[in-house]
Design a protein around this ligand. Structure first.
Ligand SMILES: [Zn+2]
Length: 392
């Protein structure tokens, strides 16, 4: 990837200043103009102009005078997180989840639809729209205060055209989401699920402000990676970067749904644990929760399946580390709730003696946003696209 130096013109400086001021306000909540000036080294008139703009947009207000200084007491500027809202929607294999967040990304409403029918996108989007509308009504939020709807999709997404090329696990192919903007009367922003999680992790999570990281998302039927290079999401020429589910990891001849053999997802997706356990014991487990309960009790077959699974998960992570040389590898997805069981043994397998990297070079961690990483990333999309605070 070529990172070109940004050409700074007057307009960009103004927006850059605005970004800095807004970021500071979001972080510190209440500041005076002299304090802002000291913190980010921008002249008082420029700050005043930007603050007036932010107040006009409803994102800040004057909140009394500061007591701290002598002479003329400066006005305290207060950030208003409820000035704008955003809707996050997560398309997952087993559900569609819808949340409403404010500028703080705190979740104000949370709804879930089980058994979503992705084959009938029109009905599904109509249903989601009705849910979103009922959330606005319940929370008494006028639609003018909503910046947009961000949707995370487990597949290859062109975020510029809101077009889903293929999301194999939920069976969506060549779907154009742009027409639904008319239905919602709001801008729609789409993103691949692992990319959305990576965005959330960089902006809100454990890797705050990290420049180079891979977010590895273990899904029920796949594995996805969101790649951040030099502070920017790396998406690749065809928006397929990080589609690692179908990279070859073994040579057992196991047939994958994609037509190839021995893809990583056959060995490292969440459901692998359940299918392998069934192959070994003949017993069908209802959930990963049940599987991990067996591991916790040291049930022999479960422990064996688990150990094998971790070998393949570690192999893929090692490949990612060697390809990407990231600072952080963050694990999330369906295995998130079982961190206490899988993390230490996985770490041992990833950092097995080698000539290239160790625990000092690469940090392997679990997402602190856990099962919310992807949907928070989705709800951040409208904020980020409109305010461009992080230039992801
Ligand atoms: Zn495959």
């Amino acid at each position: 990837m070529i990172v070109r130096p940004r050409v700074i013109d007057q307009k960009t400086i103004r927006t850059e200043n605005r970004k800095k001021i807004l970021q500071l306000l979001i972080r510190k909540r209440e500041l005076t103009i002299p304090e802002i000036s000291r913190e980010i080294d921008i002249s008082t008139p420029t700050i005043t102009k930007n603050i007036n703009q932010l107040m006009a947009e409803g994102m800040a207000e004057e909140a009394g005078v500061s007591e701290s200084t002598g002479g003329r007491k400066p006005m305290v500027i207060k950030f208003l997180p409820d000035a704008y809202y955003s809707v996050g929607v997560e398309f997952a294999l087993e559900y569609v989840r819808i949340i409403l967040t404010n500028l703080d990304t705190s979740i104000k409403a949370d709804r879930i639809l089980r058994n979503a029918n992705y084959q009938d996108i029109v009905s599904l989007m109509t249903y989601i729209h009705q849910e979103v509308d009922s959330i606005f009504l319940e929370k008494e939020i006028p639609v003018e205060r909503v910046l947009g709807v961000g949707i995370s999709i487990p597949g290859t997404v062109n975020e510029e055209t809101a077009f889903v090329k293929i999301a194999p696990n939920i069976g969506i192919r060549n779907a154009d989401f742009r027409p639904y903007e008319d239905l919602f009367q709001l801008p729609l922003f789409l993103e691949n699920d692992a990319n959305a999680a990576a965005i959330a992790e960089v902006i809100l999570g454990i890797a705050k402000e990290m420049r180079n990281l891979v977010f590895l998302c273990v899904l029920p039927q796949g594995v996805g990676a969101g790649i951040v290079v030099d502070g920017h999401l790396y998406k690749g020429q065809n928006k397929r970067a990080g589609e690692i589910s179908h990279t070859t990891i073994a040579s057992h001849g196991k047939l994958c749904s994609c037509g190839r053999r021995d893809c990583w997802e056959l060995y490292a997706s969440g459901n692998t644990l359940i299918t392998r356990y069934k192959e070994k014991t003949g017993r069908t487990l209802a959930s990963l929760e049940e599987f991990f309960a067996l591991v916790k009790r040291y049930e022999l077959a479960a422990v064996k399946v688990f150990d094998e699974y971790l070998d393949y998960l570690a192999l893929g992570i090692q490949n990612l580390i060697l390809i990407q040389d990231p600072h952080y590898v963050i694990l999330g997805g369906v295995i998130s709730p079982y961190e206490d069981i899988f993390f230490e043994p996985l770490k041992e397998k990833v950092f097995v003696e080698n000539n290239f990297y160790d625990m000092q070079d690469v940090k392997l961690m679990c997402s602190t946003l856990k099962e919310n990483a992807t949907i928070l990333g989705a709800s951040l999309l409208p904020f980020e696209k409109i305010f461009a605070l992080h230039d992801m």
